[in-house]
Write a protein that binds this ligand. Structure first.
Ligand SMILES: *Cc1c(COP(=O)(O)O)cnc(C)c1O
Length: 383
């Protein structure tokens, strides 16, 4: 369908389904997916992505905040919704009202949460080395004490890996130690007669690099969306993943830039020859990092058009000299595939992966995606 927005995000749910199946094929029996749909499902759109996942049979989700959890419930998502982050005591009513599962971020927090008085479902977070959230795994008695609170219904115990994406031997050693510490605390709790909770520790790279470790859930984020965090990573488990998201915009104007003339804020770009330049209706408020100024390129008719000058809040300029048939209203691809042929069958094709953008900006795909703005509408591609 023709898009009339100034910029938009296309979601390919067939690719999402493909990725889910790829991951499921490599899971040991009994292990379930608990996708990370936090941060607006990494910019994709939390509601459309979660609804699509629910249709594929996914019943467990993780989010970063109680507010995100409440949004999912209001959109009709059922099943388990785990809030991975801290929830302020003033927001505890949200947990009860929307039947959210709260992370116990340490033993002290368990007391505060139990003090709310109403029954709350929780997963206990244990810190096996990242030193972020969770009670330290060597504090067995503190962890055990969480089971004393009668209003907390403890349905899970989990940890988080912090160097699972790395193949560096020291990082591998550290990750194996994290698994060991996690297994040890699970065993110790069982020995103390405490059980009946589900376990999970792997997110995307914990799963891809350590697929032989199996728990009750994995919490994939970035792989589910068909992306690598960084282009150079080559995880042990090689799945053929397909990107779910494309980011597109349109050419607004085309004009000459004469030799010696400069363009954009700060006049940072100066033409050394006559150039045809185009203004594109997308900017940093839509999530195109301003640090991409003068570095990246966009795709028009299956060809690269270098970004010139500084990226503006709502617009950017590109060099279309090599694309003589470029015209106002033509589609511009920021992330995704562009083809010279409208049917995308026989034409010349070019692709920009989010990993490429991330590398140019010196960051990871996760940041680029999760910082995509709320302004571009999310459009579900119909097959
Ligand atoms: C964000 C997050 C995930 C998902 O991470 P990916 O690397 O994108 O798979 C899993 N677990 C926790 C605790 C997280 O914060």
């Amino acid at each position: 369908m023709y898009q009339k927005s100034r910029a938009w995000i296309e979601l390919n749910m067939d690719n999402l389904s493909h990725n889910v199946n790829q991951i499921k094929k490599n899971l040991s029996p009994g292990c379930k997916l608990m996708p990370a749909v936090k941060a607006n499902a990494y910019g994709h759109g939390m509601i459309p992505i979660s609804k699509a996942l629910a249709k594929m049979g996914i019943t467990d989700f993780c989010v970063a905040s109680a507010t995100e959890g409440a949004m999912l419930r209001k959109a009709g998502i059922e099943g388990q919704i785990l809030v991975l982050g801290y929830t302020h005591p003033k927001a505890f009513p949200q947990l009860a009202r929307y039947d959210l599962t709260q992370t116990v971020v340490d033993a002290c927090y368990a007391g505060i949460l139990a003090g709310y008085g109403k029954p709350i479902k929780v997963h206990v977070s244990v810190d096996t080395g990242m030193r972020r959230l969770g009670e330290r795994s060597d504090h067995l008695s503190s962890i055990l004490s969480i089971w004393n609170y009668k209003t907390l219904s403890i349905t899970g115990l989990f940890s988080h890996l912090c160097v699972a994406d790395s193949a560096d031997p020291l990082d591998v050693q550290f990750t194996l130690m994290q698994f060991q510490r996690f297994d040890a605390i699970v065993d110790a709790l069982h020995q103390k007669g405490v059980g009946g909770f589900h376990t999970h520790i792997q997110s995307s790279y914990g799963f891809l690099n350590y697929p032989e470790y199996t728990y009750d859930y994995i919490r994939p984020g970035i792989v589910l969306y068909g992306c690598q965090s960084q282009p150079e990573l080559c995880p042990r488990l090689e799945l053929s993943l397909r990107p779910v998201l494309s980011l597109k915009s349109r050419l607004e104007t085309i004009k000459w830039l004469l030799p010696g003339e400069s363009a954009g804020y700060g006049l940072t770009y100066t033409a050394d020859r006559p150039l045809m330049i185009g203004a594109v209706s997308i900017g940093y408020a839509d999530g195109i990092p301003r640090s991409l100024s003068g570095k990246g390129y966009v795709l028009i008719h299956g060809k690269k058009a270098p970004i010139i000058g500084r990226i503006c809040m709502d617009q950017l300029l590109c060099d279309v000299t090599e694309i003589p048939d470029a015209a106002p209203m033509d589609e511009v691809v920021l992330i995704g595939t562009s083809c010279s042929d409208k049917q995308e069958q026989c034409g010349r094709k070019e692709m920009i992966r989010v990993e490429d953008l991330a590398a140019l900006c010196g960051t990871i795909s996760n940041e680029i995606l999760s910082c995509l703005g709320s302004r571009p509408p999310r459009v579900i591609l119909s097959p």
